[in-house]
Ligand binder design. Sequence first.
Ligand SMILES: [Zn+2]
Length: 313
Amino acid sequence: MKRAQSPILEALRIAANDDAEALRFLEARRWGDAPACPLCGDLDVYQMADAKTGERNKDGRWRCRGCKRMYTVRTGTVMAESRLPLRVWCYAFWKACSSKKGVSAKQIERECEISYKSALFVMHRIRAGVADLNPPKLSGTVEADETYVGGKPRNRRKGMQGQHDKTPVIGAVERGGEIRFRVMERVTAAGLKAALREHVEQDARLHTDESSAYTKLGREYGGGHHTVNHSKREYARGEVHTNTIEGAFSLIKRGMYGTFHSVSKKHLHRYMSEFEFRYNTRKLDDGQRVAAEIKRSEGKRLTYAEQVSQPGA
Ligand SMILES: [Zn+2]
């Protein structure tokens, strides 16, 4: 049965196949009817024409009468610093958010007929775009736990956590709310404490397993520190459990091995940003999620010229 498609996904499907459509789509998403200059905010702007044909410049350039500078829909977004066609970006925006598991660079390479390196670049830029740079702290009942991800699938076996090719990730989730991840070099009580201080309100009710790494830091939380003893096969005591964060970890692992195969340690935090975004927008439909993804991709990329023109920025 064919599902009803949201208008934004339908528009993206078209934009992913045609550069002129892609330009129109991205400009409409970004500016609507008021194409303000992204460099100074002035509304007195115009589309530049091709000197020979008199048609619209095919790179989609605009000029601002306020600051006299040129810009395009890429300026000040994750698409800056790239000459890749806009239809490629549209395809990647579309696929990264409209399926449960995301999209691999391999698939972008194949579908858009670009190099693997370019495809990887696009996906890393999109992941940087969705990263929440200043997320609110979690409150209420918060579950925290750590896991180990990455490494080669054939080494994957229960009870082999912590081996050298895996990277520890700390996760904290507010029940019914958002999730935060932090990629660590190794798990220490001090590292856990710093990560939780950054992401969890002091009056939260903290749930973890019985690991001693949490004992001392647990005292900081006003709602108390409640543990389940996994080594004694205790997985829940009434409300006290860490099933939410463990469920999120297993989703990540399935996505990691199913879609991305192997992820280098260096880039792991980017994948975690993507999972975070997907989890935290789980109540949105696919179209709304894609709209949020594109919106967030703005303002994540400042060129050198823009930085020097913004005192104090
Ligand atoms: Zn301007």
